[in-house]
Structures are given as C-alpha cells and as structure tokens.
Design a protein around this ligand. Sequence first.
Ligand code: ASP
Ligand code: MG
Length: 422
Amino acid sequence: MKIFKFGGASVNSVERIQRLAEILRGTAGSAENVLVVISAMGKTTNALEKVVEAFYAGHRDEALRLFEQVKQSHLTTAKYLLVKNYLDAEAHLRDHFTEVEWLLHDKPVREFDYYYDQVVCIGELLSTCIISAYLAEMGIGNQWIDVRDIFRTDNNFRDAAIDWAYTAEQTRRQVLPLFDTDNMVITQGFIGATAENESTTLGREGSDYSAAVFANLLDAESQTIWKDVEGVMNADPKLFPDARVISELSYDEVIEMAYYGAQVIHPKTIKPLQNKGIPLYVKCFLDSSLPGTVIFSKSVKGLPPIIVLKRDQALVYLHSKDFSFVGEELTGKLYHLFSEIRIKPNLMQSGAVTIQVCLDDRAEKIEKLALSAAEYFDVQIEKGLTLLTIRHYQEEILRKMTEGRQMLLRQQGPETVQVLMR
Ligand code: ASP
Ligand code: MG
C-alpha cells in the first residue's frame, strides 16, 4: 500500500488534473494499492473562507454570491474534463452545494469556527468528486469515499484532533474493503467529522497530515507528497533565489522546520509516519523523474542553513500588574490561558516582571488572550511583525537577513536562532 497526496496547486486547472491522471495511471497498472488524498483545487479554501466571513458578518447575499463563484468554477472544470460521467458528477457536486447553501440561508448563532468548518470542508469534497469521475472516465478504476465517514475528530473546530481508535476501526471496516474492487481509493485531506456528524477541519494545509494518518493506519510502505517544487528546499524559493533542494532529511529535522513555520509539510505529518517508520517522499509533480526528497529516520549530516520566515506575527507584551515577579504562578496562569484559547506561542521570553510572547496573529484569539491576561498583567500588543528562524545558522547569514530591521526578541541555541523583527 502506498499513500499519495496531491495539494491544491496540483489540481488547480484542467491541465493539472490531466497531469495528475498521468501520474496515477503509472500506478493503476501495477498490482499495488494506492490511497490518494487530495486537497481543494487551487485557492478554493481561501475563497470559501471569504464565504464564511461574509455569512458570519451577516451579509447573506454576499456570501451566496461568493459561493456561487465557487460553484461555477467547479462546474466549469467538471464540464471540461467529463463527458460520460458528467451528469453523475454534477448531481454529486450539487448535493455538496446544497449542504452549504442550506446553512448560508440561516443566521449565525454558533461560534465562527463551527461555520468555518461546515463551509470550508466542501472544497475537498468537490475536488475529489470531479477527479474521481475523471479518472474513471480515463479508465483508471477508483473508489471515492467521503473521509468524514472515516475520520472521527473532537469538536475543536478548525484544528480538530483525530480520534485514533475510532478512525482506525472505520479505516479497517470501510476503506480496506474498497481495495477489493479497485486498487485505488480517492479521498479528501484536511477534513473529518465529530460524533454528531458535524464537519471539522484539521488546520490549514492539513491534507499532508490526513495522508499520514492513513499511512499509519494502513501500515503503508511509503507516503508521497506531490508538490510544485522539486523537493524540500532550505528556504522559500520565492523569497530566496538560491534556495536548493535537500535530498535527504531526518524526521527530526523536518518536524523542527515545520514547527518553526516552514511551508514544507504540515507539522503534524511526521509523527504518524515516524511512529511506524514509514518514509515520506516529496516529489515533483511536473517531473516525476526528479529524485525529490526522502524523509526518514536516518540522521543527515552537513545540512545547509535552513531559513524560515513567518509573517503576521503579534507580540504580546505582558507586565505584571503590581510588580510581582512573574514566577511559576503567573507563568502557569499564562500557559493555562494558552491551552484554553488553544494558541501556541512561537517564541517566549520572560524577565523579572515581564513576559513577551510572539504568536500568529489570529485576531480573535489574540483579543481573547489580551482580555483574559489583563486580570494579572498590563497588556500591550504590537502586530505586523516577522519571525525569522534559521537552523544550522552562520552569523553571516543572520546578519544579512536582519540588516536594516529592528530586532524585538532574539533566542538562540546551538542549532537554531530565532529573531522577531519589526
Ligand atoms: N485545502 C486546505 C488548505 O488549503 C488543506 C490543504 O490544502 O492541505 O489549507
Ligand atoms: Mg494546499
């Protein structure tokens, strides 16, 4: 069993979907079983986010208009790709459209994140529905499954956690038998459902993780993530023209890179693979003859500096109210707030009476944190900052990258340096 994952960029046009079919045709002929996890097409997730935002702001007509655009673009893609299977696929797409439109006609009464998941999850359902029908039309036999029937999660909307025991059971009962009919199963990344059958999402870019969950549960021989780049690179090639492909990486290195915000692989992806010793290949979608990157348990020496830039950072500056020291008690309270609000500090530094916390700027959460922390601290917030992380750094490169910027925080260990810049 192999697990393949294709991201949004690999399915964002008719030509790309045809290319995907070419890659899959290579495996369809073999006796090997492949489970294929696919993301929403191109920028669909972003477009759906706009739909929910409009809905939640009370602009129902705007939400419906934006949703109409998503519908039309999927119908158009389906029309281009499908002949024989068009009508069936259209009916299937319309079922999913209706799911969302029902909800958009209501007034929001629950929290934003709940609606987010109910609407945004549709992107993956639409893309896989079209692709499955197209593959079938191309003679590539496959079975489509709604992963919400398999992936059971908690109700922490937008960052839901998998119930492994239940999911394992459903994978065994519902997914494995599909391979008796075809050696290919097509399903969605990024989404799941609660015990109450409410849709959930696993966090942006979560499809890599979905694929890894399946890899783990199906004891796959490998997982392959097909990407637009030639492999994992030591920096974002859009920002750094001399970024280069790293051919081998350890699980540890990748988990660190992802943790610091490298847009390579979703941070949660590695653990399920590492736990079963399953290698992860990152391969070039446009040229599958390129070697790409393999990620495994072997430690790799002589890595180049790995550079990660995280934008949209907020610095929350906390000063204890009455000049009491921020010892374990106040720090403990703060950590309690983090877990309550479910936010993760990217960088933290404390002094005698101050704590500075750098976080992703998710406005609603930052506001909640500031409000709750105000009970013990005077709170100040600065936004629009950038967090630079360099692994295997040299002073020279750090100097170059921070030139002309104001440093607000700096943390440094033997392997990694982090700087928060204005
Ligand atoms: N479609 C989702 C996103 O854009 C999940 C993914 O692509 O992995 O975040
Ligand atoms: Mg994506």
